[in-house]
Design a protein. Sequence first.
Length: 433
Amino acid sequence: MRIRFAGIFAVLLLQTTGLCAQVGDSTGKPADAPLLHTGVTGRISASGLNDPQYVLSFPPVQRAMLRATERCLKQDEIETELRGTPVSLADLLRLGLLRESENTYCLNYLLLTVQDQEAIHKVAAHYGQSLATDFRRHKHEFDEILDRYPNADLRSQLLFDLVAGVSLNWRGLDLTTELGYRIEPPRHENGDVYFVHSNEVGAHLDLTGLYFDSETAPGSKMSFSTFGDGDSLPRLLGLPDVFDGVETATDSWRNSPDVYGALQSEYMTYILLALDDAGQVMDAVGNGNDTDATIAKAVVIPEDRRKATLGLLTTIGYLRVTDNHHYFIAVPVLRESDKSMVDASVKLSCTIMAGWLRQNYPQIQQELVTVSPMRNGVPFSLVFSEVWHYVFGFASKSLAESGFYANPRAASSRHVGYVPLVWATSVLKAPGS
């Protein structure tokens, strides 16, 4: 999972963060070509020099990190590389990207080279099919659980959300930690809980249909998520993703971290207000208020905001409106009354995953013993955080293509490559929250 929330939100699986310095490098590549894709697993609200994604968006920093995959670096060569950026060696140490060892500085986070990614991709493709097979054996049980959901037309999409998103992704991350297969994401000084990870650019891997990415905006009453593959980013018809365009408005201030962070905080304040409005409207329609007049009574927000929200939700396909101006829900929505159904689905998924992990984890570790993080002293339980994403990504793809649940890559899909979910905040607990 990569819960995206602040900065303007904060990513999920792979996000290219491309602040580009105008200098050349010895490889002959343009100076503004990113060398790493960086994201977080967990929840992050930090910005500027407190956000590792921002720090790692500078190509000179990326070059230093890639060199650190091969050997520990000396202080002078790091400082020479960082010259001309707002990033210092102290920032890299404070964020845990490097660690000091005998007057040198060694790689201290999950950075996968092209060769690492190719190795993990190959291993995960095999084991993902195995995990999908175990889930298919329980298809009838999942269908019985989802029969409780009142909107039959949305059950297949909801099963995708509950299995690919909530179970394999969110709960799978927690479960692998609880069982000791994965290190618990560290809690940072500001309260954020996340791993930072980078992938070297250049790996030619087919990730289409690997549904290992989630983006979420938690709300006080209703929350918004999308579950899908990396190729679907940015999810311009999804919430919270539809607001991502606002983020580019701050690009001119990237070299001024204080202003950049302040502007993002300002935009975030208003985006969260808009998301709260959307949550109120979706909840109202889900409770049977299907006309503008009844929605106006159920949702206590100014008329101009209500109408703007209805316009947005219908345009992006979260609501549909009939010719006689009646609204109805068009994406899965979970309310408090659905909690027992959700809990039953997640419990069944956890039973399947726990059994599969006991049988397969040791062999996966053995097959990936030579990847560069482990050569640099990073434990496999940290590496497995990323390995698990690839494994359940292949599993979720196999389940979609076999008809176990909705296929976001089907020709008829309104939201190509992902499935939205609107949920009462009391029903689910997103990791890191």
